[in-house]
Design a protein around this ligand. Structure first.
Ligand code: AMP
Length: 124
């Protein structure tokens, strides 16, 4: 069910549990700012979720309240992960769902990194 993206932050959400190591994930990258792992229900040949380690409900929350250093760290990590996965030559799509109209389901800010195929013009 879609969430508002506004909070308060629910520490029992599935990505919080992944960050605490309470449930497994197929991690591909981690640094001081983010954890990245394969989506459990991939919508493309490459479908990775990149999440900040700190508790933000959505992009709405992250963009308003994260320190500039963290916004830079998360953004650079996304670019580095895309490059590491070999997606720069053919390109990729970034998606973040924020709030009810987007269909956001997990109330921990995350960026979908999708690649490995040509996508229809957006919105599909
Ligand atoms: P969103 O609709 O933007 O909130 O996307 C949530 C995404 O999380 C969906 O693409 C799900 O397939 C993915 N997801 C949910 N649970 C897990 C999990 N345990 N491990 C990896 N991906 C998950």
């Amino acid at each position: 069910m879609a969430v508002t993206g506004k909070g308060p932050y629910d520490p029992q959400n599935v990505f919080a549990k992944i960050l605490r190591g309470e449930i497994p994930c197929k991690a591909i990258f981690e640094n001081e700012w983010v954890l990245a792992f394969h989506d459990i229900a991939p919508k493309a040949p490459v479908h990775v979720l990149i999440i900040p380690k700190k508790p933000y409900v959505s992009f709405m929350d992250f963009s308003k309240t994260a320190p500039a250093e963290e916004i830079t760290g998360v953004t650079r990590a996304v670019g580095q992960i895309a490059a590491d996965l070999g997606l720069e030559e053919n390109g990729y799509r970034l998606v973040t769902n924020a709030g009810l109209h987007s269909g956001q389901e997990v109330p921990h800010f995350h960026i979908h990194l999708l690649g490995g195929k040509a996508f229809p013009a957006f919105p599909a």
